[in-house]
Design a protein around this ligand. Structure first.
Ligand code: NAP
Length: 287
């Protein structure tokens, strides 16, 4: 398929490699051009703007950082909506606001495109290994059409309903992760202070009813002193704030997620450590 791809950072670059491996033709754009170099070497074509990408491709994926980046990619001067997108598929995979997904859907539909919101979970390793979980909302027929492409980089792909449903599912996912990340960090702080062997603690806790993805993926990185992203803390703080804002609109109270937001705000806003991976949260306790 002729695929356009905007945003070739940690996640996007790895997804593109899997799309190339699956035999698709790729047109790519990223704010920092050098992050597409490895893809161009493997046969992708560089485009100067998101508009140029959307003009070449049958389906255009985006996975950029923040909702304001998504706004720029879609609604900016040389954005996707400046292209002729009649009959084309548009898929935003950035973790972003459900309301923005609905706004993109409405504009895309007006311009004759088929629009999906399809945020992902599974981390940098899931992106590399082509085993992402993909949570889809929007045009159901478009979802059915694109399922084979999603399967080229995902292993669990589900449709949840109208535009914004993919983002709402991702928010549910992030609310869960707020608990597993804070739980893992406090568990390690406690175990260290108690003088336990931390490698054995990780192995033991991970084999019982406290087993979870954050523990098995980020616990070992913490013990190695590896705080590289993975998943940027600044992005997780963005997700927690979207989840809390959306919950407020629905009159839902999330006190544990509020606490996680305060902890990540200390790490990102006060300590300026937002470029650490989310496992960097433990630095609030460990020196
Ligand atoms: P990342 O490495 O920062 O990648 C984002 C990329 O988007 C960067 O290369 C950035 O360009 C580019 N970008 C930003 N604004 C742009 C614009 N206006 N036009 C063109 N390119 C633009 O972040 P990531 O880890 O891949 O995460 C991307 C999204 O996926 C985030 O919303 C994140 O929350 C979500 N996510 C991440 C993970 C994970 O484990 N990493 C897992 C699930 C979901 P520059 O190179 O110039 O900065």
């Amino acid at each position: 398929m002729k695929i356009g791809f905007i945003g070739t950072g940690v996640m996007g670059n790895a997804i593109c490699l899997n799309l190339l491996k699956a035999g698709h033709q790729l047109w790519v754009y990223n704010r920092t051009k050098s992050k597409t170099d490895n893809l161009v070497q493997k046969g992708a074509t560089w485009c100067e703007t998101p508009k140029a990408v959307a003009e070449q491709a049958e389906v255009t994926f985006s996975i950029v950082g923040f909702p304001q980046d998504v706004e720029q990619v879609y609604f900016g001067e040389n954005g996707i909506f400046a292209a002729d997108i009649t009959g084309k598929y548009l898929v935003d995979m950035t973790t972003s606001k459900p309301l923005l997904a609905q706004k993109i859907y409405a504009e895309g539909e007006k311009l004759g495109a088929k629009v999906l919101d399809a945020p992902v979970s599974g981390g940098d390793l899931g992106a590399k290994n082509g085993t992402l979980t993909i949570m889809v909302g929007g045009d159901q027929a478009a979802y059915e059409d694109l399922k084979p492409v999603f399967n080229d980089f995902g292993k669990s792909v589900h449709y949840f309903g109208p535009a914004g449903s993919g983002q709402n599912t991702k928010m549910a996912n992030q609310i869960m992760i707020a608990g597993t990340m804070t739980g893992m960090c406090e568990m390690l702080v406690y175990a260290k202070e108690a003088g336990l062997d931390l490698e054995t603690v990780l192995e033991t806790v991970g084999a019982g009813s406290a087993a979870n993805w954050s523990l098995s993926n980020y616990g070992p990185r913490i013990l190695k002193g590896d705080f590289a992203p993975g998943f940027f803390s600044k992005h997780f703080l963005k997700d927690l704030r979207i989840a809390l804002d959306t919950a407020k609109e629905m009159n839902v109270n999330l006190p544990a997620t509020e606490q996680a937001e305060k902890l990540y705000a200390t790490l990102v806003d006060d300590k300026k450590l937002g470029d650490l991976g989310t496992q960097g949260l433990i630095k609030l306790w460990w020196k």
